[in-house]
Write a protein that binds this ligand. Structure first.
Ligand SMILES: O=C(COP(=O)(O)O)NO
Length: 249
């Protein structure tokens, strides 16, 4: 299969200078598999990007949690893809459900953001996922396919895209998807890529899972054939993030 395992840590809107330094020192001391086995990307809030970039171990990489949809300018409060490139930040998370649901980012807007970030040379963790209501109404696959299509309509080169399936009902709730639930949606997403993009993109694109991943449940999830890693929220702020990285072994 040849898809390198990928573990992202989404710190969300958390941290102080002192707390970030403590997290980084815990990460820097962690005994983890080599970069040949697992790709690790941590994503602090914007204000801690230089600190993180400047002190994180060299075998881990850094992502921003968002960026603007076009070249910078009169967009108060926004951070441009160009700024991330200028700070030598290689990755960006886009389309997180918290931005889709709280800030109203549409599928098309997320698709435009992914296309623009890629065009500036950033690598993208593109998030998709359904709400509890959508799952209970049986429209999970339809929802994640539409979210993925909005990206595919704007992106032709998937080399630098990682897809994160994060069911909204599992984010921050402690209700992690079962391995079977995760595998089902990941496999369907991979089938969608195969049918609508190409067999090569389907085979090479990492599809990672996010939603209440922790040190106790990561191994069973990681054992699923179409789960290529994780995008971890709460547990990425804790020492158990090292255990989650080790689930790549
Ligand atoms: O939103 C998440 C997952 O968060 P939790 O691990 O806290 O459920 N990742 O981007």
């Amino acid at each position: 299969m040849g898809r390198k395992f990928f573990v992202g840590g989404n710190w969300k809107c958390n941290g102080t200078n002192e707390e970030v330094k403590k997290i980084i020192s815990t990460l820097n001391a962690g005994d983890v598999p080599s970069q040949d086995v697992v790709e690790v990307v941590v994503s602090p809030p914007f204000v801690f990007l230089p600190l993180t970039k400047g002190s994180l171990r060299p075998d881990f990489h850094v992502a921003a949690q968002n960026c603007w949809v076009k070249k910078g300018g009169a967009y108060t409060g926004e951070i441009s893809a160009e700024m991330l490139v200028n700070l030598d930040i290689p990755w960006v998370i886009l389309g997180h459900s918290e931005r889709r649901l709280i800030l109203g980012e549409s599928n098309e807007f997320v698709g435009d953001k992914v296309a623009y970030a890629l065009s500036r040379g950033l690598k993208v963790i593109a998030c998709v996922g359904e709400t509890l209501e959508q799952r209970e109404s049986g429209s999970t696959l339809e929802v994640v396919a539409a979210q993925t299509k909005a990206i595919a309509d704007r992106v032709s080169d998937w080399t630098n895209v990682v897809v994160a399936y994060e069911p909204v009902w599992a984010i921050g709730t402690g209700k992690v998807a079962t391995p079977a639930q995760a595998q089902e949606v990941h496999a369907e997403l991979r089938k969608w890529l195969h049918a609508n993009i190409s067999p090569e993109v389907a085979a090479s694109t990492r599809i990672i899972y996010g939603g209440s991943v922790n040190g106790a449940n990561c191994k069973e999830l990681a054992a699923q054939p179409d789960v290529d890693g994780f995008l971890v929220g709460g547990a990425s702020l804790k020492p158990e993030f090292i255990d989650i990285i080790k689930s790549a072994e």
